[in-house]
Design a protein. Structure first.
Lengths: 333, 305
């Protein structure tokens, strides 16, 4: 495909999916356990009129939550896409290398030790994610290079070890803390502060943009490491940078929302069906697709059993598993 | 022949009873009683059980309140009230106590509670021939019934009756004091990331109700349901209660600053309070919690003296 054709493709994909995301986002603003009239939604967004329940619900509760869902969904889907290329494994997801387990352990350790949950928890989770990322990187290196097989093995074993530690710590917590921690482990987008959004948004956008700069290299990696090296790609450098960026994106997402499953595994596959294997179109498609899928999932999570809520991770898992099986049978057949 | 057999059998039983009783230092009345516990299990409970193991903080507290702390030979890692309870040998956590430790303490009766302990623990102890009497309670009234029942099981009905009577008097006093007062809407926050509150049929709901308030989460399902923030905003509680808990306590200000919360009436009026964690246990301290919540909900109500 020519450069111009690829560029046209990317622009089309970005425009179409952005349009869908905006429609979904506005729809999600209007849908919730509490009925808010469309006129009120519009007035809330325009910032006109007095502060009422409706404007607080739309502006202060639904809007930040929808933005968070979009950011987290994009981060997870982009990280999943990059890791599937890096590890050359269609089963790879953002959690396969243990990053989410590290973040979860950080969060639960903060609970266990006690202290200021609201502020400390995402921070502790992010520290846990960074520590795990470093550890897996050191463990996965062979003779100075980051080979995908050893990286995958290092990540998988670290993930299972950390999960064991999490189970151990859970038995030490009081029943009430266990319930809270369990909800967090299933993923939750209901609590987000403005500060978190302001930090998260540029970090996730920058991380995605940086990965996008490597999209051609990711294409070449799919051919195999040797072929990539023959084509002049510095495999070790690409591996390292992609690994770090994907892990950072995962760590950021998990720190604020817990481990929301299936999304980072599925959206890349959906993206490939939609736009093909070229990461120059696939990465933007995955980012926007992940955002769309998580905004929809979270809207379901907060409305299905209103006035109560479901954990969003349960929604993505229940919906994700059948979709994955469907994709599997389609490609196998 | 038949008569002979009957005599033989009678002799055998007598012998068995004599043999069983001979080396035994228990009171002469030591006869196992087959009782049905509060969870519907059949339990062989000895008369005057002397070596008790408690599998939940609420039971430990109740035993001490009954003046039976000296009969307690073991409790859980979480039993911290009264302070003496911390000095007893511990058998592990509430959800996964160590069977070995329980058996090693040679209890003649283990006391568990359906809301905190696991069924598996009861089944395993049954297989080891350690009798476990299961209790259960979801309200103030049921807690009083639990104390009465415990008095019956432990052969200490007088003390149990006295305790129940004094608790009942205090409950009545609270109810009199708040009667006819406007009932504030109350949100109880068990956890806030995500927001988890208390459902109907919980101590929390019952205590709020009897302290002269209305829990805004009484129509939700389950004991500890998640609640959506927008729903809280619409129901607009007058008062927000938190269980006093180290992991949340420094966070009130942050909590109040979270999106959506600062518009709540309770937050604007600064009516957010920590209440004793006794609010979620079926122990005599539940009545302390009731008095505490009543003072919070009705600070200016006349003391009914």
């Amino acid at each position: 495909m020519t450069v111009a054709a690829t560029r046209r493709n990317v622009v089309t994909v970005v425009l179409v999916l952005s349009g869908v995301l905006v429609v979904v986002g506005v729809g999600a603003l209007a849908i919730g356990g509490v009925h808010v009239a469309l006129g009120d939604v519009w007035r809330s967004l325009a910032g006109a009129g007095p502060r009422t329940d409706a404007t607080v619900i739309v502006r202060d509760i639904r809007l930040p939550r929808i933005l968070l869902a979009a950011l987290v969904g994009a981060a997870l889907a982009v990280a999943g896409t990059a890791l599937q290329a890096l590890l050359r494994n269609p089963l790879a997801d953002p959690y396969v290398l243990g990053i989410s387990s590290g973040a979860a352990l950080g969060d639960i350790a903060a609970l266990w030790i006690g202290g200021r949950v609201a502020a400390a928890s995402p921070l502790a989770a992010f520290v846990g994610a960074l520590a795990t990322m470093t550890w897996v990187y050191l463990l996965g290196r062979r003779r100075g290079r980051l080979a995908s097989t050893s990286l995958l093995l290092a990540g998988v074993i670290t993930a299972s070890f950390l999960s064991a530690v999490i189970l151990f710590v859970l038995t030490m917590l009081s029943t009430r803390d266990v319930r809270g921690a369990a909800f967090w482990l299933m993923g939750d987008l209901s609590v987000v502060t403005g500060v978190q959004l302001k930090l998260l948004a540029p970090a996730i956008i920058l991380g995605t943009a940086a990965l996008y700069a490597f999209s051609k290299d990711l294409n070449v990696l799919l051919l195999g490491e040797e072929e990539a090296a023959h084509l002049g790609v510095s495999v070790t450098r690409v591996h390292t940078v992609v690994y770090i960026l994907a892990s950072l994106l995962t760590g950021l997402a998990v720190s604020v929302s817990g481990a929301i499953g299936y999304l980072g595994l599925l959206v890349p596959h959906l993206g490939r069906m939609l736009v093909g294997n070229d990461h120059r179109t696939l990465l933007p498609a995955a980012a926007l697709g992940g955002a769309i899928v998580l905004v929809i999932s979270d809207t379901l999570a907060r409305t299905i059993i209103a006035p109560s809520e479901l954990p969003v991770g349960a929604v993505t898992a229940v919906a994700g598993a059948p979709v994955f099986i469907y994709l599997l049978r389609r490609t196998a057949g | 022949m038949r008569r002979g057999l009957a005599t033989l059998r009678g002799l055998g039983i007598t012998l068995a009873v004599v043999l069983l009783n001979l080396p035994c230092s228990r009171p002469a009345t030591a006869q196992p009683r087959m009782l049905t516990d509060e969870t519907g299990r059949r339990v062989n409970v000895p008369d005057h059980p002397q070596r008790l193991v408690s599998l939940a903080p609420s039971i430990t507290e109740t035993l001490y309140a009954l003046g039976l702390g000296d009969r307690l030979v073991g409790d859980t890692d979480y039993c911290d009230f009264p302070p003496e309870a911390k000095l007893k040998p511990h058998v592990g956590a509430v959800l996964n106590p160590s069977l070995e430790k329980i058996v090693a303490l040679k209890p003649d009766l283990v006391l568990g509670i359906a809301e905190a302990n696991r069924r598996e623990t009861a089944d395993q102890l049954e297989r080891l021939n350690v009798p476990l009497y299961g209790l259960t309670a979801h309200s103030l009234d049921e807690t009083l019934r639990l104390i009465t029942d415990l008095g019956h099981v432990l052969d200490d009905e007088t003390r149990a009756q006295a305790l129940v009577a004094s608790l009942q008097r205090r409950i009545d006093a609270v109810e009199q004091r708040v009667a006819g007062q406007p009932r504030p809407k109350v949100l109880f926050v068990t956890w806030y990331r995500p927001l988890i509150t208390a459902g109907p049929h919980t101590f929390v709901s019952d205590v709020i109700q009897r302290a002269g308030g209305v829990s805004i989460s009484d129509d939700l399902h389950g004991d500890w349901p998640r609640m959506s923030l927008e729903e809280v905003l619409v129901r607009d509680p007058d008062v927000i209660l938190f269980p006093s808990d180290k992991s949340l306590s420094p966070g009130l200000k942050e909590f109040a600053a979270m999106p959506g919360w600062k518009d709540l009436r309770a937050v604007k009026d600064h009516r957010m309070y920590f209440v004793s964690e006794a609010l979620i246990h079926p122990s005599p301290r539940l009545v302390d919690a009731l008095e505490e919540v009543a003072r919070i909900l009705h600070p200016v109500a006349k003391e009914g003296r």
